[in-house]
Each structure stands twice: as C-alpha cells, then as structure tokens.
Design a protein around this ligand. Structure first.
Ligand SMILES: [Zn+2]
Ligand SMILES: [Zn+2]
Length: 213
C-alpha cells in the first residue's frame, strides 16, 4: 500500500467533508492548478485568466503577444516615489476615494477605473493631468502596460498609493461588489476593504474568489 496514496485519499476526504472549493483548472490548458497560481492578462479582451506554472512560463515569455503574465509584487509608494496633491486629485474627477490607473496597449492611453457595487466604472481621464503627474513621479512611467496599476486609496482620510499587479485591483473590485450595501457601502464592506489594504501591506494573497467575483 502506498502511504502517499492513502494520504491523498484522506486529504481528499477531508476536502470533501469540509466542503472545500472545487478544484481549479488552468484557463489555457485545463491542467489542475494550486490555490496560489499565477494570472495572465488577455490584453485584447482585458480578461484575467488563472494559469498553471507551465503556461505562466510559456506565455510570460511572450509566446503570444495577446497574453501577459501578471506580476506578483506590490509596493507601497512613498512621498519620494509619488506625489499627489488634493488639487491634482480633484482634476482627475474620480467620484469616490479609491481608484486605479493603468496603461492600456489596445487603447494607447492611460485608463482610470474606480470600483463600485456594480463592478468598475471607467472615468474619462484628462490625459494632461496624468502627464503632469508622471512628470513629477517617474514611477508611473515604469508601470508595466496592461498588467500593473497605480492604486489610490484616499478613503476616510487615507493617502495611500501603491504600485500593484492589476489582478489586485480586480480582487478589490470583487470584494467591493460582494460586500457593498446601499449608498455608502456599510460597515461590512469597509471592513473588507480595510482587510484588503492590510493584506496588501503584508504582500498577502487576496482570496481567489475575489479575483473573479
Ligand atoms: Zn496551463
Ligand atoms: Zn485565479
């Protein structure tokens, strides 16, 4: 009798009795993937895809131009990296205090999105305002197109800015969509948003389901 096999069986039974989430598969090749898998961005559709290690290596190396591997590292920006005055924020005309910005290859411009209970909404960004920001904060020029974003959190007096993998922005959007109630969100939603930012500080993974919510 193989001990490995029996361990697998017990683990399987445990998963079954605890009602774990169904196994996940790579959206490129259908291989079973682990909970801490990587994500690919399908550029033309702006679509997030869960992928296995082999596909991450293959497509991450540019095997297909329409896919790009999403990086994993988040970085909180310091005052030395990024400056945004309240007046500059106002010119960006984002109606809520959380937003993210990324460079879109298909659109050849910077896209500003803000999350809400119905998903993300695109803001018509004044490009000159972005260029002004970028002139003062070169980190913005370094953002990898389509897969990295500037994430802004000015909610409840925060002035936090992050360079993040774009899947984190999808996760935050999923969290807001799942928990938001009424006009102001409610305490449950804001507790979940707070947990997301605490996790971002610790470079912890957001719950997988939030990426696809
Ligand atoms: Zn795969
Ligand atoms: Zn995934």
């Amino acid at each position: 009798m193989s001990p490995v096999r029996s361990e697998g069986w017990i683990a399987g039974l445990r998963r079954f009795t605890h009602g774990a989430e169904p196994e996940q598969r790579c959206e490129m090749c259908s291989a079973v993937i682990r909970a801490d898998h990587r994500h690919l961005m399908q550029i033309s559709e702006r679509r997030l895809l869960c992928c296995c290690h082999a596909c991450a290596v293959l497509f991450g190396n540019g095997a297909e131009n329409n896919y790009r591997l999403i990086p994993t590292r988040s970085q909180q920006l310091t005052d030395a990296d990024f400056v945004l005055t309240d007046a500059q924020w106002d010119t960006l005309q984002i109606p809520i205090d959380i937003a993210f910005f990324f460079k879109s290859t298909p659109l050849s411009r910077v896209v500003a999105l803000y999350p809400g209970p119905a998903g993300t909404t695109e803001s018509s960004l004044d490009l000159s305002a972005w260029e002004e920001l970028q002139a003062e904060s070169p980190v913005l020029a370094a953002l990898a197109p389509d897969v990295e974003a500037l994430l802004i959190n000015r909610a409840h007096g925060a002035r936090d800015y992050y360079r993040v993998p774009i899947d984190q922005c999808y996760a935050l959007t999923g969290i807001i969509r799942t928990h938001w109630h009424g006009l102001t969100g409610g305490t449950e939603a804001w507790a979940a948003i707070h947990r997301f930012f605490v996790g971002l500080h610790a470079n912890a993974a957001a719950p997988e389901r939030s990426f696809h919510a």
